[in-house]
Design a protein around this ligand. Structure first.
Ligand SMILES: C[S@@+](CC[C@H](N)C(=O)[O-])C[C@H]1O[C@@H](n2cnc3c(N)ncnc32)[C@H](O)[C@@H]1O
Length: 257
């Protein structure tokens, strides 16, 4: 008998599927200036068809739905999609449809969407360039593309600390990209960036760990990294005695060229 496969995307779907309810309920995910801005853009654009890539608990789809004809919420995890469909029903948002799939191989024809958004998902993608190329393929020319994610500081010491704690907390983490990396990748994929908004999010350590059910030995490893972090790292991330810290975020507003 052959061993079960452990491909990255299976790993992501398993990790998030087991935590679907906590991502729907998560205060960090359910609100934010980035979500407000996405809703504001949608109010202006009024897309007939909008796409939320890596919808997780569905918060971008919920923000888009009142201003869109239909919203397709796509995710690798069928459990996450079931939780989103149930929550959309509770919220009275019948124009949200769910679709299982990978950002790297979207199950949609070319130019199918009038707006595309993705939030806090791309740092899990196995091949972010393929995902952005697919986002561009399914977007109509001129469609807004809104990308929100955690970003790596443009400084190797800080970057390495961030990626290390992210990976220890969640083995499905791939990479938090820096803003210059994002801008280069978006340009390469065929998007023109028109606005960049920086932000910071305070992560409560206990909640951050609980949301991913990080095993105790890995929590201990994160705490050891934090305890031995140099001053520059402690200062940048605002490391607190209980392990809480700041994450840098960005919302990049682009247009499909
Ligand atoms: C942190 S959650 C997203 C949060 C959500 N977008 C929000 O704004 O609250 C990350 C989601 O990305 C999904 N994901 C990761 N890699 C993916 C990929 N390659 N294609 C589609 N979904 C992916 C995961 O399954 C997970 O549900």
């Amino acid at each position: 008998m052959s061993a079960p496969t452990r491909r990255h995307e299976t790993h992501v779907a398993d990790r998030f599927g087991a935590q679907a309810a906590s991502y729907v309920a998560s205060a960090v995910h359910a609100a934010g200036a980035d979500l407000d801005r996405i809703a504001e853009r949608m109010r202006t654009v009024r897309p007939a068809r909008a796409l939320d890539l890596g919808c997780g608990g569905g918060h971008v789809a919920f923000a888009m739905a009142p201003h869109a004809g239909t919203v397709t919420a796509l995710d690798l995890s069928p459990d996450m999609l079931a939780a989103v469909a149930a929550e959309a029903g509770r919220r009275g948002l019948p124009n949200i449809a769910t679709e299982a799939g990978s950002a790297a191989a979207l199950p949609f024809p070319d130019a199918a969407f009038d707006a595309v958004a993705t939030r806090f998902s791309a740092h899990h993608w196995r091949d972010v360039r393929a995902g952005l190329a697919e986002a561009r393929r399914v977007a109509k020319p001129g469609a807004p593309a809104l990308v929100a994610d955690i970003v790596a500081p443009d400084d190797a010491l800080l970057d390495t600390h961030l990626q290390a704690v992210e990976l220890l907390r969640d083995p499905s983490h791939v990479r938090d990209y820096s803003v210059p990396e994002w801008l280069a990748m978006l340009a390469e994929a065929g998007f023109t960036v028109d606005r960049i908004t920086h932000g910071r999010l305070r992560m409560d350590f206990a909640t951050w760990i609980a949301r991913m059910r990080t095993p105790e030995p890995l929590v201990t490893a994160i705490r050891a990294l934090q305890a031995t972090a140099p001053d520059e790292v402690a200062h940048h991330f605002g490391l607190a005695p209980d392990g809480s810290f700041w994450l840098d975020t960005v919302l990049i507003e682009a247009v499909a060229a």
